[in-house]
Design a binder for this molecule. Sequence first.
Ligand code: HSE
Length: 352
Amino acid sequence: MKQLRLSIIGFGTVGQGLAELLFGKEALLKQDYGLDVKLVSVANSRHGFIYRENGLDISMLLELAAARRPLTEHPGVSHWDNALEGLRATGGDVLAEATGTNLRDAEPGVSHIRTALSQGMHVVTANKGPAALYAQELFALAQAHGVQLRLESTVMAGTPVISTLREGMAGAQVQAMRGILNGTTNYILSAMAAGRDYTDVLTEAQAQGYAEADPTADVEGYDAVAKTLILAALVFGRSLRPEQVARQGITHITREQMQQAREQGKRIKLVASLRLLQEPAAGANTQTAPLEARVEPMALPENDPLARVDGVINAIAIQSDTLPEVTVIGPGAGRLQTGQGLLSDLIAIARK
Ligand code: HSE
């Protein structure tokens, strides 16, 4: 049995989603993967960092979090006010970084990730800020310390897009990709197409835990930009800045425009795209060709594979030299759906 000592920093929707899966799937992880995950530390911004050498009781932590009671009520724990200090003092095998996304400077997540990698911990994260702004630096840091950094749940939650691109499609030269990468806006646009009101639906998406803490990041396209930057780094090896992505959100779209598009047999979707502007020669390095990056609402004909992807579901269509078009469709947000991406990354780490 392989044991992984895990730290979860960020115990909101995503961190709790991972904890719930670890609790519910404990027997499966042991039986099918020979994996014993021991949660040794947890932190949130309100109650600081707690650690217990022999492992924490996950169901108790989930109950405390649901009741908004301090995590320090868990018996037998050591406590630090500051997560970084706690992490430095206690360590572990893997950090699951699940603090909220900050697209300005990626803090505090990027500091948690740098610290963990530098002290030889693997990192799995759902946090889009560090992945969008510092992917190349963080992968280099992971490599220098002989550990893994895995980001599956940063794009399309637990739907396996990053592993499809990096592992499943290894060796294929990707030329372009188009995707619906934000669950909240797709949920809103789908409901508006069915005649519902923007504000009601946004409130619903927030209640379901799909939207960012500030939903402007969703509806103005910044979240989709972050995911576009992550894909640009992982697939095309580019460190683009947010302002290099042409961006338009969905706030100006009216219900009438949605219905009109429908009458014309079209669906309005917020589409993120990356496209090499010159086709690279076979076998050539794609890192030098100019790359176009865009996030914008588009009226898609109904026979487009992205047109019928509705609700919180996301999709990405990938074009490459060997596989003309691969489309991956699946949940793009949600507590357990995002937790699933962290879980699959944990299992991938344990397998190596
Ligand atoms: N707010 C994001 C979305 C969460 O709606 O897609 C998942 O990244």
